[in-house]
Structures are given as C-alpha cells and as structure tokens.
Design a protein around this ligand. Structure first.
Ligand SMILES: [Zn+2]
Ligand SMILES: [Zn+2]
Length: 431
C-alpha cells in the first residue's frame, strides 16, 4: 500500500511547507485563528469536504476567551486578506474559530483526525541563525509566535485532507478532520466535543511534532498526560484613602497574599507529581489607595482526573475561606480544563505495525509515559473511549537542532510533515 501512497507525496510536501510557513508568518493565538480557520475551511470545501465551522461546530462554552480588543485586532487583520473567502470568515467572527471537514465514503468506521491551530504569546527570535528569519517566514505578528508546531499540525491536516480527497476510492466510512482552536489554554476541545459528529466515533487520532526528539522516532501512543484545571480568582475589596480613611477600605491584596502562601503549603498534602502554580497576580491601583481588587491566575495538574479534582476542590475551599475571613468577595472562573487519558493499547499496537511497515522510522515506541504536560486532545480521547471507540495520541520526532517547545527559537524539521501524512493516510485507509 505504501508505494501507491508515497508517489503522490513529493508535490504535497512542497505545498505543506508553503502552508506551514504561511501559518508561521501570521500566527494567531487561541480563539483568534480567524485567518487560519478560514484558509482551512475554504481549502476543505474546494476538495469536496462537508465543512462544519463557527457556531455550527462550537456547541459548548469557550473557556479563556481573549479580550474583545484582541479578537477585533486579529479579525481585522484577517479581513484585510484578499485571498480569504469573506463569507466563511464571517462564521468565525467573535472567536468561533473551529473547523471540521467530513468526507463520507459510505458504510464503514467513523475516524477522527485532530490537529490544532493556535499560536503562543511569545516574541519570535529575530536572530539570523533562526531558520524562519533566514527563510523570511518569521512571525510578523509582534508578540505572537508558532512556538509549539501547531503551524505544522495545521499544514499536516490540510495535507491529509488534500491527499484523501484524491483517494476516495480507497476509503470506507466517514473521515472527520478536526482543526481545533485554543489547544494551548486547554479550552478548545471542550467547546466542540459534544457536537453530534463526535457522537459515535470508532477511532480518534491526535498527534504532536516533537522538537526534542529525532526525526527517526515515532511514538504510537501515550499515557499519563496531566489532567489540569486552570482558573482565575478575582478578589473584590473596597478602595479608600490610605491615610484619611483606611478603615473604610477592604484590602484585597491581603487575602491574595495569604492564598498564595496557603496554596503553596497545600502541595505537601498531595503526591509529589501534582503541580499547583500561581503564575500571575495583579493587584492595586496606587500607593495611597487601599487595594480594591486582586486577580490570581492559577493552574492545578495531576496524573489522574480524581487527584486533579481533589487538588482543585481543596484549593477552592482555601480561597473561599480566606477571602471570607478578610470580608472580601471572590469570583472563580474556570478558563481551561484537560483530562488525563491513555491511548488505547490495541490501537497503539496496530499503529506500530503500520508505522513499522512504512520504513520511515528506526525508533518506534508503542506507548510512552508523557507526564510532564497536558493535552487538550485527551478530552476527545476519553469521550471516544467512553462511548465504545478507540483513540491514540501519537508523536513524531521533528528536531532540527533549534530551540524546543515554547522557546523563541523553536523550529522543526519540515520533512516530518510528509512522513506524518503518510502515516495518517495509512490509518485512514486501514480496515
Ligand atoms: Zn505547546
Ligand atoms: Zn502543542
């Protein structure tokens, strides 16, 4: 089967490199993937896919939406593009940036392939030894960068779509390619997973390019990704003159400080693998005003969903007790959530067989422990497994000796895109 697949890949590889560089040059953060999503949707339409997008696909709360100002900024940038279908773009307005392409091939299994499209709020390296700078596709969106490889993921998703559109004769059942927004904040998958197209899925596949692994490595399945809950705590006190009437104010900074110290102590009650981090605090307006409000940005993570929830609930109890003690009120907003999940053992096994047969990799791991990050795909993985299907999260080595994930000089070996499409194409056609 491989030879028929590989002949068509040379030209596709060139196209994928162009797409990846286009996405890389114009990175869009979570829920602002207007330009990327529209480009994806119009391509899928052209290749004969049934397209679900915008509010026809997003059926649940979108967590961690950016400010209206950020949404407007990126939407306006997309509007200025002459090459985008304005009617399709309109569907994404307001941050409805999810797209799914469906290819119906009669009787057979339902298979979902998931890619993510969002970039990160990081300034890209401007140094000449950074390949995207040398090849003139470094980010032109100041402050934002594709520093995790989701540009390559989107290009791979498109590469798979284009390839499958020319190979309909070899397909059975239904193929769904999901281009999800907002993977990084863990808020994208929950907004689409309850859509009816994911109601009865037989196989779901997600993957990541890994800049810290060699291009000859392939991971067929993972387990142990950290379950996570990310939340904002808004504490409300009362402003007052710091000298004239301090007793009339309520200092919101005091409970904030005590919460930070108490949550730090809470860690000791949990297994050492848990993660609890207060990454940001904003408080106060001026030196001579009693601080009226404070904002804490917190995340909790654990190796399983039960421990994560225990940690989260214990944190919430502490936060509520302390704010009450200081006569403040607090608002807790969940802004991101991921479950822990494990790739289906027998699916990982059969992936290993396919991948080995391609001869493209010398190191192929069936299932690998991935307990140092969280992944939004886990939500779909659990959903599919809980409704009788199988799912796997794969990894492909993509090191080109540049920086690794979430670094300003992150980059990947673009050749791996073609290899990933060839694996995905095999999986779409497998019986
Ligand atoms: Zn990332
Ligand atoms: Zn990523």
């Amino acid at each position: 089967m491989m030879s028929s697949v590989s002949n068509n890949f040379k030209q596709l590889q060139e196209e994928m490199i162009q797409w990846r560089r286009l996405f890389h040059k114009y990175p869009e953060p979570a829920w602002c993937e207007f330009r990327t999503a529209t480009f994806v949707a119009q391509s899928l339409k052209k290749w004969g896919f049934t397209v679900y997008m915008g509010q026809d696909l997003i059926c649940d709360k979108r967590m961690n939406l950016p400010t209206q100002e950020t949404l407007n900024k990126f939407y306006t940038q997309a509007l200025e593009r002459y090459d985008l279908d304005k009617e399709l773009l309109e569907h994404t307005k307001g941050g409805y940036t999810a797209v799914a392409g469906v290819l119906n091939n009669g009787e057979g299994p339902v298979k979902v392939f998931r890619v993510d499209m969002d970039a990160l709020p990081i300034n890209e390296s401007q140094l000449n030894d950074h390949y995207p700078v040398r090849e003139k596709f470094a980010s032109v969106h100041n402050g934002f960068m594709h520093a995790c490889g989701h540009d390559a993921h989107t290009a791979i998703g498109l590469g798979l779509a284009k390839y499958l559109s020319t190979s309909k004769g070899s397909l059975q059942g239904k193929i769904i390619i999901l281009f999800q927004p907002a993977e990084e904040g863990l808020g994208g998958m929950a907004a689409v997973v309850k859509h009816s197209i994911f109601e009865k899925v037989d196989e779901a596949y997600g993957f990541h390019v890994w800049a810290n692994k060699e291009p000859n490595e392939f991971i067929c399945g993972t387990y142990g990704q950290l379950a996570s809950k990310k939340f904002d705590v808004e504490i409300k006190g009362k402003a007052s003159h710091a000298a004239l009437a301090p007793e009339k104010g309520i200092n919101a900074m005091l409970p904030a400080a005590e919460i930070i110290l108490s949550l730090e102590r809470l860690k000791a009650d949990f297994p050492s693998h848990i993660r609890l981090n207060i990454g940001q605090m904003q408080a106060g307006t001026a030196r001579n005003i009693i601080c009226p409000d404070a904002l804490l940005k917190i995340e909790t993570r654990a190796g399983d969903t039960i421990t994560r929830d225990k940690l989260f609930n214990a944190s919430i109890r502490i936060i509520e007790e302390i704010t009450k003690k200081y006569a403040c009120t607090c608002n807790i907003n969940l802004v991101g959530e991921a479950e822990s999940a494990s790739s289906s053992i027998d699916l990982a096994k059969s992936i290993k067989q396919f991948v080995t047969d391609t001869g493209l990799f010398t190191h192929c791991t069936e299932r690998e422990l991935h307990n140092t990050y969280s992944e939004d795909f886990c939500t779909l993985m659990n959903h599919v497994q809980n409704t009788g299907g199988k799912a796997a999260f794969m990894g492909i080595g993509a090191s080109n000796k540049a920086g690794t994930h979430h670094q300003t000089n992150f980059d990947i070996d673009e050749e791996v895109m073609m290899k990933m499409v060839s694996v995905l194409a095999e999986l779409s056609m497998s019986k």
